[in-house]
Design a protein around this ligand. Structure first.
Ligand code: ADP
Ligand code: MG
Length: 190
């Protein structure tokens, strides 16, 4: 389990940092993001949460995990909007961060440089097992990385791939258990 880093409240100008939560579909990324954000709220920190506007699978505004935990969020068209909307908050959460373009890296760095804790969650690989969008760079610049795992739907082993069950070839195809399942390395390559 991720232990929140010690945050010295006495510091006049505190430094921020970046946390990445990554893994395949159904691995619990959104659950973990919501868990951390709720704990920050319990600590009376001001939290802002964003997601790319293109991901409206469950809800226009809320972030919803596969086990139905939910948190209010602001849908964003382009990553620089996050800088305008995060104002004086202490913690910024971003879900489905793989859908943003490479500009998101500068955005999260700026947020962290200005003293904020930034927690981003996203798919580290696409349906072909290739690194997804800005994730490799985000993982490089982050202070903390947590890789969470799903359960392989073929054999029950630890899964880190998102297997696409349809023939569609585009990288971004929104879908759920109808079109994707979590698989381990062996069953992904069957
Ligand atoms: P992610 O954001 O990584 O897609 P979520 O946090 O939305 O994942 O959902 C995680 C939840 O999905 C689990 O707690 C479990 O209830 C459910 N789930 C469905 N399929 C699987 C699977 N193959 N492996 C693990 N959890 C699964
Ligand atoms: Mg999710």
């Amino acid at each position: 389990m991720f232990i929140e880093p010690y945050h010295n409240q006495q510091n006049q100008k505190r430094a921020g940092w970046i946390e990445v939560v990554c893994g395949s579909m159904f691995s619990g990324k959104t659950e973990e993001l919501i868990r951390r954000l709720n704990r920050a709220k319990i600590a009376k920190q001001k939290v802002e949460i964003f997601k790319p506007a293109l991901d409206t699978r469950y809800h226009q505004e809320n972030i919803v995990s596969h086990n139905s935990s939910t948190i209010r969020s602001t849908p964003i068209q382009a990553s620089p909007e996050i800088l305008l909307l995060s104002g004086d908050c202490d913690v910024v959460g971003i879900d489905e961060v793989q859908f943003f373009d490479s500009e998101i890296v500068e955005v999260v760095n700026k947020l962290a440089n200005s003293g904020k804790r930034v927690i981003v969650a996203g798919l580290d690989m696409d349906f072909q097992g290739k690194p997804f969008g800005p994730m490799p760079v985000l993982m490089a610049v982050a202070e903390y990385i947590t890789k969470v795992h799903a359960v392989c739907m073929v054999c029950g082993d630890v899964a880190n791939y998102s297997y696409r069950k349809t023939a569609a070839q585009e990288q971004v195809m929104l879908g759920e258990t109808d079109s994707y399942e979590a698989r381990c390395r062996k069953c992904f390559h069957l």
